[in-house]
Design a protein around this ligand. Structure first.
Ligand code: G3I
Length: 350
């Protein structure tokens, strides 16, 4: 028995034990393509240069049916200092998705964290700020029309503590509500078929933030903003109390709109309370199982996509914060972890 298959059984055994189901000892558990187990899209984020790595590209194509550009469809990459746009890497990701028969998910149009020079130094005597934003949104959304299933139109609008909406270049120039109207209406006009999302994080761990996010959603719907879906990023950590993710998805699903669990990862080092790696990985597996089972329990019309924020631990943005973190479904060598087996088992149980 190869080292890999031994590890597969161990990994799957840990996960199944974590889910209260003893593995069938000695039975090799294959690494099934996750997308083959799910009736809804299974997504991951990717970076264009890594798609040139056959191991990375093969892992993406084998398990996932939707791709999100981790950063190369954001203003920080697309908008140049002179206000021009560069689409080379976004086009590369789109081409890979098209070639592999995968959906593309557009992330993200307006974000408080991106205030590019091209907008900060806009000569408003030649073009209004609103006109420039409409132009950018139209250029992005129209370019991937027919391939992009949806867009994060406004990303992370709620303050960390949930007391209000973030101030940003976009809210200052277009108004708190105006930024949503301008961006959503321009995106709708550019691709009427795309599902248009608002997207935020820590909703499962900060009740005040979830409440404020839900108030915003109610306001947008009341004001006729063409909001078509709700994003719940689900960046969390091993110590997150059981049930938090399921309760959050249930609350957001109350609007009746498609839900995108849009960026899941489970840090095994944040919080720092856990005794050891094995315990952290078992808790991680349980949280992934909870998330995929709660998502699969949504009405089918609300199951937009279940997306993890990267494939191999080494690919995770969290590694930059702590190199010891292991937040994803595959280890640094692309081998499935207990978290992978927990997701696969959760999909089989749906
Ligand atoms: O690859 C380039 C490198 O060539 C260059 O030398 C270096 C310095 O400029 O930049 C590198 O690109 C970085 C990129 O990540 C790839 O690693 C960008 O600077 C950096 O800004 C980018 O960070 C991304 C971050 O969003 C900001 O866009 C992270 O990868 C990405 O995981 C993170 O994702 C966000 C979601 O969009 C929204 N929700 C939270 C999530 C985590 O913060």
């Amino acid at each position: 028995m190869s080292g890999l298959s031994r590890r597969l059984i161990l990994a799957s055994g840990l996960a199944l034990a974590a889910c209260g189901r003893e593995p069938a000892l000695g039975q090799p558990i294959a690494e099934p393509p996750l997308k083959s187990l799910a009736p809804f899209p299974i997504g991951t984020c990717v970076r264009a240069p890594e798609l040139a790595d056959p191991a990375y590209a093969d892992l993406a194509a084998r398990h996932f049916s939707q791709l999100t550009a981790e950063w190369e469809m954001k203003m920080e990459y697309v908008v140049q200092p002179d206000g021009s746009f560069r689409f080379d890497r976004a086009d590369a990701i789109a081409a890979f998705a098209r070639q592999k028969g995968m959906r593309l998910f557009g992330h993200t149009l307006l974000w408080y964290a991106n205030e590019p020079e091209g907008f900060l130094k806009l000569d408003e005597s030649r073009q209004s700020f609103e006109g420039a934003v409409r132009n950018y949104v139209t250029a992005m959304v129209a370019r991937y029309r027919g391939l992009a299933s949806g867009w994060d139109v406004v990303n992370e609008p709620v303050t960390e503590n949930g007391e209000g909406l973030r101030e940003s270049l976009w809210s200052r120039k277009l108004g708190q509500t105006g930024q949503f109207k301008v961006a959503f209406e321009a995106a709708k006009a550019a691709d009427p078929a795309a599902v248009l999302f608002v997207n935020d994080y820590h909703l499962e761990s900060r009740p005040a933030k979830l409440r404020r996010y839900m108030q915003l959603i109610e306001q947008l719907l009341r004001e006729g903003v063409p909001l078509g879906g709700i994003g719940c990023q689900t960046h969390c950590w091993s110590e997150l109390p059981a049930g938090s993710i399921a309760a959050t998805l249930k609350a957001l699903a109350g609007f009746g709109l498609p839900i995108h669990l849009s960026e899941m990862d489970v840090s095994t080092v944040q919080g720092g309370m856990l005794a050891n790696r094995a315990e952290a990985e078992q808790r991680q597996a349980r949280l992934y199982a909870e998330a995929v089972e709660a998502f699969a329990a949504l009405p089918e019309r609300q199951q937009f996509a279940f997306t993890v924020w990267g494939m191999r631990d080494r690919d995770s943005w969290l590694k930059r914060e702590n190199a010891a973190d292991t937040p994803l479904l595959f280890d640094d060598l692309g081998r499935p972890k207990p978290a992978f087996a927990a997701v696969a088992d959760g999909l089989r149980r749906r």
